[in-house]
Ligand binder design. Structure first.
Ligand code: AFP
Length: 304
C-alpha cells in the first residue's frame, strides 16, 4: 500500500506557516467533538439565536469548543460565529479573522443526517469580500469525518479523512480535487412553491436537459460535498418571500464558494461570483448557487 500523506505533511507545503498552524488547530479538535455528539443531543432547553432560530445544546457546545481553540491558538484576533451575537476578541495583533458556522445543518441532528462545520479565514479585517479569504475549510461529520481545505496560496482543494484509533490525524484522500465535468446530481433548498418561474424553468432543465438526479441532504456542507465529488448543481436561491435566500454570506457561502471555485467550478449569487459580493453586514444572507461552470453560467443567463 502506498504511504499515506497526513494533513500535517500536506500543510508542511504551505509557505504561510501561521495559516498551516491555524488549520491544524481546528483539525485537531475533531476527535473530541465527534465523541461528544451522541451525549449532547438534548433538544429541550433550546434557545433562540440572533436569527430567531432555535439552537440546540450541540450547537452551543461545538461553538464554544471552536472558539476556545481559535482564541487559544493566539493566531486569531476576531472570531465571527453564526452562534455569537458579537464577535469574540482575541489578541489584537494576531494575524487572522475567522468566520464560522460551527454546526452547519444542525436541524439534521434529530434525524441523524450529516452535518458539518464551515470556516473562512482572512488576514484583512472584516467585512471584506470572499475573494480576499486566505483559506476556507470545512469538516463533514458523515459516516466518516472528512476535512476539505483550500488556500489563496495553492488555489487547490485537498480532502482528508480522519484516521482510526482516536488519533487526531487526517490522511489525504484527494489532492487537487476538481468538480467532475459531467455533472450527475442536483440539490435545491427552499420551498419550490416560492420559486419564480425563471428559476423553476432552470431546475426543470437540470432534470430533463442535463439529466441530473435529485440529491438533497439539508446541510450545505453535505450537499456541497456531493457536488465536489459527482458534479452538478446545488442552490439555495432567493424566493419570493426571502429574496436573499437562507444561507449566510460570511458564515456559509463565502468559504464554500472559494472551495468550489478552486475546484474548477463556479459560485454565484444569481448574477456574479459570490466571492465578489460586497456587504458591511456580517449577518448578510445571499442567494447561493454552486456547481459546474457551464451550469452556473446557464443559471446566470436564465436569471438575467
Ligand atoms: P440549520 O443549521 O439551521 O439546520 O441550517 C442549515 C442550513 O443553513 C444549510 O446547511 C442548509 O443548506 C439549509 O439550512 C437547509 O435549509 P432547509 O431546512 O430550508 O432545507
Amino acid at each position: 500500500m502506498a504511504e499515506q500523506i497526513s494533513l500535517t505533511q500536506h500543510l508542511g507545503q504551505l509557505r504561510d506557516r501561521e495559516l498551516a498552524q491555524l488549520i491544524a488547530v481546528v483539525a485537531g479538535l475533531s476527535a473530541d467533538i465527534r465523541r461528544e455528539f451522541p451525549h449532547r443531543l438534548i433538544t429541550e432547553n433550546a434557545v433562540e439565536n440572533k436569527y430567531g432560530e432555535f439552537t440546540r445544546e450541540l450547537d452551543d457546545w461545538t461553538n464554544k469548543e471552536f472558539c476556545r481553540a481559535l482564541i487559544g491558538s493566539k493566531l486569531v484576533r476576531k472570531v465571527y460565529s453564526e452562534e455569537l451575537a458579537e464577535p469574540l476578541l482575541g489578541e489584537p495583533g494576531a494575524p487572522f479573522e475567522v468566520t464560522m458556522d460551527p454546526l452547519d445543518g444542525s436541524s439534521n441532528i434529530v434525524a441523524n443526517n450529516p452535518f458539518g462545520s464551515i470556516f473562512g479565514v482572512w488576514r484583512k479585517s472584516l467585512p471584506a469580500t470572499g475573494r480576499e479569504q486566505v483559506a476556507a475549510f470545512f469538516k463533514l461529520y458523515g459516516p466518516i469525518t472528512t476535512l476539505v481545505y483550500t488556500t489563496s496560496e495553492t488555489k487547490k482543494v485537498a480532502e482528508f479523512v480522519k484516521a482510526r484509533k482516536g488519533v487526531v490525524q487526517y490522511n489525504l484522500l484527494y489532492d487537487g480535487l476538481t468538480i467532475p465535468d459531467e455533472g450527475k446530481v442536483y440539490g435545491v433548498g427552499g420551498n419550490p412553491l416560492d420559486f419564480d418561474e425563471k428559476y423553476g424553468g432552470f431546475l426543470k432543465r437540470l432534470v430533463f436537459g442535463h439529466k441530473l438526479k435529485t440529491r438533497y441532504c439539508g446541510a450545505f456542507v453535505a450537499d456541497f460535498s456531493q457536488i465536489l465529488h459527482y458534479g452538478g448543481y446545488f442552490g439555495y436561491g432567493g424566493t419570493r418571500k426571502s429574496p436573499n435566500g437562507k444561507l449566510r454570506l460570511f458564515f456559509e457561502s463565502n468559504p464554500i464558494a472559494l472551495i468550489a471555485e478552486h475546484a474548477g467550478g463556479r459560485s454565484s449569487d444569481g448574477g456574479k461570483s459570490i466571492l465578489d459580493v460586497k456587504s458591511d453586514n456580517m449577518e448578510q444572507r445571499v442567494p447561493t448557487h454552486v456547481g459546474n461552470k457551464h451550469i452556473i453560467e446557464e443559471l446566470e443567463e436564465t436569471l438575467k
